[in-house]
Design a protein around this ligand. Structure first.
Ligand code: SAH
Length: 253
């Protein structure tokens, strides 16, 4: 800025998701909100560095090449981390009140859910989903927690249709509030496979739904303990248990 002394370049820990291929020396345009965030919120300037990722090319160090109000460009300098395969489970959830659903998306993204599937169930309170907002929350969580990819958000679909078209090899950890085998034991006993987790709405599952889910050969019913958890708490508990038994909580960082 005019009249200010030039500051030494800052190496910031800011991480940004960019939905474009990343290659050394190939400038990337910033979205307006991103340039506002870098310039106004984080007080960064051209020459300062940050980290970027796109879900495909790993994490890169990039320098801010230009930064103006509402616009700017980044210059990728070097890859800092290679891309790793995302092998967390999918999370199927019934949309609840917006603020709670957004919390669920944020926490599921932090806990490594690979895909987020909003599903309509019989006692669903909310038939409205906001895919753009969901994605914004997933991106923000991925940026903040150091993930190398943003969980994909699937379009809203009826649970029965999703179960009907289910990939045969993928197991479904069915969080059943009416009780079931302890989750730790059920997960530890299952043979290796890709996984998904299913959490119901505040109203729970109907008797017919429960029977339909449990009749599927890929279903692994589990209890999350003696207390009835809210849907977003159940999602956090289920993902944590899954990651502890089968996922990346086994290996530290
Ligand atoms: N209204 C229901 C509770 C629904 S809780 C009732 O009173 O029974 C929302 C969802 O969280 C449930 O559908 C289930 O998927 C999950 N959940 C909550 N507590 C759970 C528990 N103790 N064990 C397994 N799943 C649970």
């Amino acid at each position: 800025m005019a009249g200010q002394n030039k500051q030494a370049a800052k190496a910031s820990r800011v991480r940004l998701f960019v939905d474009m291929p990343i290659a050394a020396g190939v400038e990337l345009p910033l979205e307006s909100a991103q340039s506002h965030y870098l310039g106004t919120v984080m007080r960064l300037a051209p020459g300062d560095t940050l980290f970027i990722f796109n879900g495909r090319d790993g994490e890169w160090r990039a320098a801010i090449a230009t930064l103006r109000r509402g616009a700017g460009t980044l210059l990728p300098e070097a890859q800092e981390k290679p891309q790793r395969a995302a092998n967390g489970p999918w999370l199927l959830f019934a949309p609840v009140k917006s603020s709670r659903t957004e919390l669920l998306i944020e926490k599921a993204s932090e806990l490594g859910a690979a895909e987020l599937w909003p599903v309509m169930t019989q006692y669903c309170q909310s038939k409205r989903v906001k895919p753009e907002r969901y994605r914004a929350h997933a991106i923000e969580a991925a940026e903040q927690c150091g993930r190398l990819e943003v969980p994909e958000i699937q379009p809203l679909a009826a649970l029965s249709a999703v179960l009907e078209a289910w990939p045969a090899d993928r197991r479904l950890m069915f969080c059943d509030e009416s009780g079931g085998p302890p989750a730790l034991e059920a997960l530890a006993a299952a043979p290796p496979a890709p996984w998904a987790i299913l959490v119901g709405p505040e109203g729970g599952f109907s008797t017919a739904e429960r029977a339909e889910i449990k009749s599927r050969p890929y279903c692994v019913p589990v209890s999350l303990g003696p207390r009835t958890l809210r849907a977003e708490t159940a999602a956090v508990a289920a993902l944590s248990l899954w990651q502890a038994v089968l996922g990346d909580l086994r290996s530290g960082n």
